[in-house]
Design a protein around this ligand. Structure first.
Ligand code: UDX
Length: 447
């Protein structure tokens, strides 16, 4: 099947690569010439485990092609995926200008029937806008060519996007057209050899499902973070509570890990956009606003704890930071809690020795060279001579820690663990002040 994907960002590239990998003939279109040139050589602009191999293989087999020519892209696919960005505008709503621009391009160039698929996360009603944009261009051309617009939201997690695309729990398609259903069946048939994962619903329900799913997951996290705050004040270990409630299948173990706040490109943006939508339709989204507020507050816990450990005096201190990306297996720093931590440390006059397995380059791109930020090549280098250690991201490599060894490295025996990776007893046995999230009251200053 011939497929075109507009946008070679995270979602577009994963979509294009995965569909080419199962034998579809895919063309990916982007306006960024430099990016397209690199992709043609198999150079991938994002960090995502497994994608490089798939892109290289599909490019060499000829099932995946890249172009900056919109006309070529529109001519190619019966299915036209729109997977361009929807960044938040000033008041948190999703900015649809790139989506609408692609829709217009499709309307300007199409000569035969197309199924236009909204893959980007877009508010309810966007498919109607895409429909109108294409129809408007066709009217300008005086053409009456048949087309359909459907919604097919993605549920990709960074770090396991290929797996999520190929083995996801469901594939949601919002459409009321039987013809679209048949085309999308054919498109996704390679992923449904075991059972049918396609769920058809109307367009607006599909658009809303994506936001509701992310908001639900963000709510679980904020709920647990709020419980962790209470647990700390009640001398309760939230990890026991997590296991206690997770064992109830109605609650489940997923997405109830307390931490230093959710980040990334989706949850913060989507919760805000959904709240904005609610306000636009005259509904006060109290729960969504609380989810967001709790998350903002949670992002300051790392700083608050390290600040408390040093009794509010961080001036001249050097803090080692392990893990900078918003979660493991990505170099994505968008809305990462490490940023709140580092910026607060700098504001308090402290220096940072940072290490991340993948996000060093991205961190350098964001903050540049500065005297109060050392880019370390290894986790050991980060802690050498530092005053304390803070862990922001639960990379696998950080899961084991020899506290006796760490004691030799740090000036003060202080660890702030934003992901509850270690056994507090091990830390205490080695003489550490160990400040985790919601694990009883261990918040005594070191003096
Ligand atoms: C998310 C959704 O999971 C995905 O379905 C959607 O398509 C895009 O948004 P992603 O942003 O890649 O994916 O990351 P995810 O693994 O969901 O984690 C989001 C954030 O929540 C991270 O900052 C993570 O650290 C945090 N988190 C997650 C917790 O703090 N606790 C948890 O229990 C789970």
């Amino acid at each position: 099947m011939k497929i075109t994907v507009f946008g070679t960002g995270y979602v577009g590239l994963v979509t294009g690569a995965c569909l080419a990998d199962v034998g579809h003939n895919v063309v990916c279109v982007d306006i960024d010439q430099a990016k397209i040139d690199k992709l043609k050589q198999g150079l991938i602009p994002i960090f995502e485990p497994g994608i490089e191999d798939v892109v290289k293989r599909c490019v060499s087999e000829g099932t995946l092609n890249f172009t900056t020519s919109a006309a070529e892209g529109v001519a190619h696919g019966t299915v036209q995926f729109i997977a361009v960005g929807t960044p938040p505008d000033e008041d948190g709503a999703a900015d649809l200008q790139y989506v609408v621009a692609v829709a217009k391009t499709i309307g300007q160039h199409m000569t035969d029937y197309k199924v236009v698929v909204d893959k980007s996360t877009v508010p309810v009603g966007t498919a109607e806008k895409v429909q109108a944009a294409i129809a408007g261009e066709l009217a300008n051309r005086g053409e009456a060519i048949d087309f359909d617009v459907c919604s097919n939201p993605e549920f990709l997690k960074e770090g396991s996007a290929l797996e999520d695309f190929t083995k996801g729990a469901r594939i949601i398609v919002g459409t009321d057209s039987e013809r679209v259903q048949e085309v999308m069946q054919e498109c996704y048939a390679p992923y449904m050899r075991n059972h049918n994962k396609l769920m058809f619903m109307d367009v607006r329900a599909a658009e809303f499902t994506k936001y509701a799913a992310n908001a639900m997951l963000a709510t679980k996290i904020s709920f647990m973070n709020e419980m962790s705050q209470m647990a700390e004040r009640l001398s309760v270990d939230i990890e026991h509570v997590r296991e206690g409630i997770g064992s109830d299948p109605r609650i489940g173990y997923h997405f109830i890990y307390p931490g230093c706040g959710y980040g990334g490109s989706c949850f913060p943006k989507d919760v805000k956009a959904l709240a904005r939508t609610a306000q636009d339709i005259g509904y006060n989204p109290e729960l969504l606003l609380a989810v967001e507020n709790v998350n903002e507050r949670q992002k300051s816990v790392l700083f608050d704890k390290v600040n408390k450990a040093f009794d509010g005096d961080l001036k001249g201190k050097t803090i080692a930071v392990w893990g900078l990306s918003f979660k493991p297996n990505t170099d994505d720093m968008r809305e990462a809690p490490s940023r709140n931590l580092m910026e607060s440390l700098w504001a308090a006059g402290a220096k940072v020795r940072a290490y991340d397995p993948e996000a060093m380059e991205e961190t350098h791109r964001i903050y540049g060279d500065r005297d109060d930020l050392a880019f370390c090549e290894h986790r050991n280098e980060a802690v050498a001579g530092a005053d304390a250690l803070v862990i922001c991201t639960e990379w696998k490599a950080f899961r084991t820690l020899d506290f006796d060894w760490l004691k030799q490295q740090l000036k003060f025996s202080v660890v702030v663990d934003g992901r509850n990776l270690y056994n507090p007893e091990d830390a205490k046995a080695a003489g550490f002040l160990y400040y985790a999230v919601g694990r009883g009251d261990s918040l005594a200053p070191i003096k």
